[in-house]
Design a protein around this ligand. Structure first.
Ligand code: ADP
Ligand code: MG
Length: 360
């Protein structure tokens, strides 16, 4: 059952194409994240779904109904934005009760309902607190309870965690995920935080310059990025530019760069390059192995010699930057997650790096 359909939706602001021909389906009960850099059109797309903006083209359906003529307050949507817009002079409970009073729900049922939603966000017993007596994280929780208390069909989140410090942000990401799973409410979350998108979502829509680049499960978005933008935006990816030598029916492709042959899989099998086209091989920093001796990498499909130009200790991993002669001394970044190997190589040392064709 499809909760939201976005079909060929575009939005122009006096010649600025904020959203271009966007289409996706969101099944009921799923958690979708729209991920992209600042200015990529995420908020505009969300505001059209909420009904604050009318698409310049295309159509949006909620529960199968075309909603272009339905105003926001009739769309059964709960929302949380970065600016929480809580009422500071009211208590937490009064804030959560507000949408119920607006909707003229039976006053006798309100206190129970409010307490249930405060408990859901782990603020049971905090109903009497005023907003300024609550921490940033607790205020977030009040805003979530207020968005959900009237049992909307759809929850829309526009970067509500962007202003929080990292620890709290990561805690609240898991809270959003827990609450969403507990209630099963269909959710669309907007963020520029790649990690958040991977952690919280059932599906990720990646946007760039108003266009949807890929819609996929987090693990597919990460492992099978469809194009260079997605590969570069999520994770740390090395690109090696070359010329296409061969493309197979199975989606295997080889690229040459001088004497170096690179074998890999097509990012977008629906859109294969032709022999002779320019193309890049993309390889994640954590999929590359580093060794002092080429013999240790014999089982790998591609092996390059290089010189360590920098070592960056990031706690859980060491980042090695390696300049490789075969690609004009371009630098390849390699992650080593093995603590025993964190001090293995120094700047200036000669090393070999290698990877498997299936990872490129
Ligand atoms: P994001 O949320 O991904 O940062 P937005 O949807 O806010 O991106 O903006 C996408 C593009 O549309 C930007 O270039 C922005 O300047 C432009 N834009 C957004 N809203 C308006 C508006 N009301 N009037 C004119 N331009 C707008
Ligand atoms: Mg935005």
């Amino acid at each position: 059952e499809i909760a939201v359909t976005v079909r060929n939706v575009g939005m122009d602001f006096d010649g600025v194409h904020a959203v271009k021909n966007a289409s996706f389906d969101l099944p009921k009960g799923r958690f979708l994240t729209i991920l992209g850099p600042s200015g990529s059109g995420k908020t505009t797309l969300l505001r059209m779904i909420a009904g604050f903006q009318t698409p310049s083209s295309g159509e949006i359906f909620i529960n199968g109904e075309a909603v272009s003529a339905v105003p926001p307050h009739k769309r059964s949507i709960g929302m949380v934005f970065q600016r929480l817009a809580l009422f500071p002079h009211m208590t937490a409970a009064e804030n959560v009760a507000f949408p119920l009073k607006m909707r003229r729900r039976d006053a006798r049922t309100i206190p129970d309902r409010v307490e249930r939603y405060l408990a859901l966000v782990r603020l049971g017993g905090y109903g009497g607190r005023r907003i300024h007596e609550l921490s940033g994280g607790q205020q977030q929780r009040v805003a979530i309870a207020r968005a959900l208390v009237f049992e909307p069909d759809l929850l829309l989140l526009d970067e509500p965690l962007a202003a929080l410090d990292r620890k709290l942000r990561e805690e609240m990401q898991l809270e959003f995920r827990r609450i969403q799973r507990e209630l099963g409410v269909t959710t669309i979350n907007v963020t520029h935080d790649q990690r958040e998108a991977l952690v919280v979502s059932d599906d990720i829509v990646v946007m760039d310059q108003g266009e949807i680049q890929q819609k996929a499960r987090p693990i597919h978005t990460y492992r099978q990025p469809r194009n260079a933008f997605v590969a570069n935006f999520i994770g740390v990816t090395n690109f090696i530019a070359g010329t296409v030598r061969a493309v197979s029916e199975m989606g295997d492709v080889s690229i040459f760069r001088g004497d170096l042959m690179l074998a890999g899989k097509l990012g977008d099998p629906a859109n294969p390059p032709a022999e002779g086209d320019k193309a890049s091989g993309a390889i994640r920093a954590e999929q590359i192995r580093l060794a002092g001796d080429a013999a240790q990498l014999l089982t790998l499909d591609c092996v390059l010699a290089g010189t360590v130009t920098d070592t960056i200790f990031e706690g859980e991993r060491m980042v090695y930057e390696v300049a490789c002669a075969a690609i004009g001394d371009e630098v390849i970044r390699v992650f080593d997650h093995d603590p025993a190997a964190h001090t293995q190589f120094d700047i200036g040392e000669s090393v070999f790096l290698g990877w498997n064709a299936r990872d490129m």
